[in-house]
Design a protein around this ligand. Structure first.
Ligand code: NAD
Length: 367
């Protein structure tokens, strides 16, 4: 039974939601619980100045609820700036479902989650993220229109991962142009960490261009499959960060650039798909800058997926999606030189532009 009496000494010093480390003036945070399906989810709506908050749903076996909450706070904030820097009329949101996608995801659970999304009346629009498939979004679509990334046969733009990978490839080429004076990746040594939906497509682009691709994943079966398909080398060492490569592409989970790894990183460029690669944006962004490692901001170069799902809302065709995604090359080059000119980190340069777009819209709206 739940006790009515709360002991002051039981209360943690840090406020549980608005006091969280990753809380950054989020507009709304929704906790979703359903006993019958076992659904435990959190929807984070960071900012809706530019439009409805769009962002994928991640299903992950978090160690505790704090981890899940901080993940959704960080991810939803990232979506705000991703949409803003890409010039889309969307706000930032994200959802996490706590649980193992392999064993706990059921059609009933996905539909119940869809009902919670629906209850927000379009303020939050979902899509897929880690642990989700297009088929899961099709189930959500049965109970709400506020979902993207559904099957092409159901009127959607399909799986966004190949487009995300293409955008990352464009951003990586721009970073190479900036750092090496040439965007040709042939013979460049590139390590791809995480060869899931996006990582595999990135490996395909890179091997097609003749790069020397090394792959790393916690899933041995995937490693063998992808290695066989594209001729990529499976990483067998025990510290990918200290590998002397030209480019490190984080394509698994976030925060891999942290206190523990940052001084071991030998790569000259970091460009990958994972969200929130810098554990602490200012601190780790600055260290990378000091070390002369070019960091292509994640929320800038992994925007292909959101461009793809935005097309479902705006009715773009594939040609327009590819044109907008290809443009990540130009935006990345601009941001990298803007950072240099203004003496700020590349992450900060991208954030500044994204924030000024949001601020301008806010001012327009208040007129
Ligand atoms: P995914 O689940 O298909 O792939 C993730 C891969 O990373 C899996 O193969 C997994 O085994 C591997 N992995 C997990 N932990 C690892 C570790 N410690 N070391 C090495 N490998 C590890 O996910 P995805 O859709 O390919 O997305 C990858 C990343 O890109 C995520 O951070 C996601 O948020 C981000 N992202 C994806 C999209 C998209 O369109 N799918 C868009 C933007 C950003």
């Amino acid at each position: 039974m739940v006790s009515d009496v709360i002991n002051a000494s039981d209360l943690k010093k840090i406020d549980p939601v608005f006091g969280q480390f990753s809380f950054d003036d989020h507009e709304q945070i929704v906790f979703c619980n359903d006993k019958d399906t076992g659904l435990k989810a959190i929807i984070g709506i960071h900012n809706t100045v530019l439009g409805p908050a769009l962002g994928g749903t991640r299903m992950w076996q978090y160690n505790n609820e704090w981890e899940a909450l901080n993940d959704v706070l960080r991810l939803s904030r990232g979506m705000t700036f991703k949409a803003a820097i890409t010039g889309l009329n969307l706000g930032g949101g994200k959802a996490v479902i706590i649980g193992d996608a392999k064993t706990q995801k059921t059609p009933e659970l996905m539909k119940k989650f869809g009902e919670f999304v629906h209850s927000l009346s379009g303020k939050y629009i979902t899509a897929e993220d880690v642990g989700m498939e297009t088929a899961d979004m099709d189930l959500v679509r049965e109970v709400t229109p506020y979902v993207t990334g559904i099957s092409e046969s159901k009127g959607g733009a399909g799986n966004p991962s190949p487009i995300t990978a293409y955008g990352v490839f464009m951003g990586m080429k721009a970073a190479a142009k900036y750092k090496f004076g040439s965007d040709v990746l042939e013979d460049r040594k590139i390590i791809v960490q995480g060869i899931g939906h996006v990582g595999e497509c990135l490996v395909e682009h890179l091997t097609n261009e003749g790069a020397k691709v090394i792959i790393s994943d916690i899933n041995q079966e995937r490693l063998e499959e992808v290695s066989k398909k594209y001729g990529a080398t499976i990483y067998t060492g025990n510290d990918i960060y200290s590998e002397a490569v030209d480019i490190y592409a984080p394509c698994a989970l976030g925060a891999t650039i942290n206190d523990d790894t940052i001084n071991r990183i030998q790569a000259k460029i970091i460009a990958g798909a994972a969200n929130n690669q810098l554990a602490e944006e200012v601190k780790h962004g600055t260290i990378l800058q000091e070390k002369g490692i070019v960091y292509a901001p994640d929320f800038l170069i992994n925007a292909g997926g959101i461009i793809n799902v935005y097309a479902e809302l705006e009715g773009y065709d594939k040609k327009e999606i590819m044109r907008k995604t290809q443009n990540i090359y130009n935006t990345t080059l601009e941001i990298l030189s803007n950072a240099d000119t203004n003496g700020v980190t590349t992450n900060q340069a991208a954030l500044n532009i994204a924030k000024s777009r949001i601020e301008a819209r806010k001012n327009e709206n208040s007129k």
